[in-house]
Write a protein that binds this ligand. Sequence first.
Ligand code: ADP
Ligand code: MG
Length: 514
Amino acid sequence: MHEITPEDTPVVRMVGITKRFPGVLANDSVDLTLHRGEVLALLGENGAGKSTLMNMLVGLYRPDTGDIYVHGKLAEINSPQDSMALGIGMIHQEFMLVGNMTVAENIILGMKDLPLVPRIAEIKKNITDLSKRYGLQVDPDKTVHDLSVGEQQRVEILKLLYRGAEILILDEPTAVLTPGEARDLNEILKKMLQEGKSAIFITHKMDEVMEFSHTVQVLRRGKSVNVCPTSSIKRIQDLANMMVGRDILFSLDRGPFKPGEILLEAKNLVMDSLVGGGKRVLDDVSFSLRGGEILGIAGVAGNGQQQLTEALTGLMMVNGGQVFIKGKDHTNKTPLQIIKSGVSHIPADRGRMGVVGDMSVGDNLSMKKYRTKELSDHSIIKRSWVRLFAERLIETFTIKTPSQDTSVKFLSGGNIQKTILAREIDSCGGILIAVYPSRGLDVGATEAVRQNIIKQRDMGNAVLLVSEELEELLMVADKVAVMFEGRIMDIMDVKDAKTEELGMLMAGVERGEI
Ligand SMILES: Nc1ncnc2c1ncn2[C@@H]1O[C@H](COP(=O)(O)OP(=O)(O)O)[C@@H](O)[C@H]1O
Ligand SMILES: [Mg+2]
């Protein structure tokens, strides 16, 4: 990490910033100082107020009270254009690209001083030059909705660079990326920082904090509770405790392993991709999963895990093989038939598949259970039961929301995720399929999610847990299967599994070759 030379005038100084939303004090008199060349890691639980604070720096919200100084001058930031003019740019937690426009169009979108007829050839050349300089590969002519998440992120970064931003705000940029993509991004960031740019970096990944930042600032419930040099942090656990305000255990309670009947079985599943020349994405996949058991699926993202869970939940058809649920053939059945047979699904893409943003938190929590006896009496929905039910889930899963009547779209990203988890875990009728359930969650929420998954197992349910974090799998699962290029390389008991061995299998090295 390079040294920073503190100057007299910080590049950004936020003083006494307070911001209230209906029912929440999102920022409570927060001070923040950023020096030239400094990377400040802004930490806090989901809903602590990090995005809100940053949104005020880029003119999306106005503080209720407090002042913002940029290069020592009081700044009036009323719009993203104002902040851009001050050299401030932000990569948002939810991307803000326009799907049906090209990369180049997105990059120049909203820029003020463009000529009436933009010289597209010149713009494209500039984009290509920039992408070479920073190792950010993207094709300027591609349409944004044809890009992967990682590529979209590169476009967001190029957009900032193109506009000459010197102060970068990165709001959980690696939360949606695979570990490989996250490493690439981190390399790019290093390059940008070596050029003297300053950054505020929001992340839940403690290793990134330790590697990248000079300073750590922690928000808790809208208040700034700590600012300290990163080098003064001796144990990652201390950071976690600062954020949550209590001890995080880093170890979980679990009952003894008591496997029951086989509840989910895959036999020789084969799936060929619908695009890209019909590549084989599932290749003879077989496993069986019992009640009271957690089977972890390890592997680098993109090796068939997603397709496997989509085949099991009826979202994609298989070309061969069979799926048995509680002993009955459910191959290529509809998602509704599969839900009715007792399968709950926490999908990887929670933004698109998990919630109805305009509906309230309470309705989102109860929507899978309206027709059950728990919430209705002779098919008449009991509103008071629904309210009690929602209250219970909000409490159990510590969903931060002003009330259960708030629209889900107003919650912070991590709390939207907790809403889906709560609904799916609670409505589990025997089998739970959880895909990256802790991705993007803060330490406290991650702990709660893992504990809840183990609770399902202890209650006798079968859990399929897809994760990229070996640490998580070894902590939570009973057995672990490794996927590589659509195949299951091996299935082993967690107590016999060694990290290095799993790593080799994930890279496609066969057992005999180790
Ligand atoms: N536009 C909004 N309307 C209402 N409430 C909001 C809005 N934006 C954020 N909030 C609330 O403010 C609090 C802080 O949210 P946020 O800044 O997104 O947290 P973080 O980024 O730390 O996860 C949360 O309780 C969230 O629900
Ligand atoms: Mg946020």
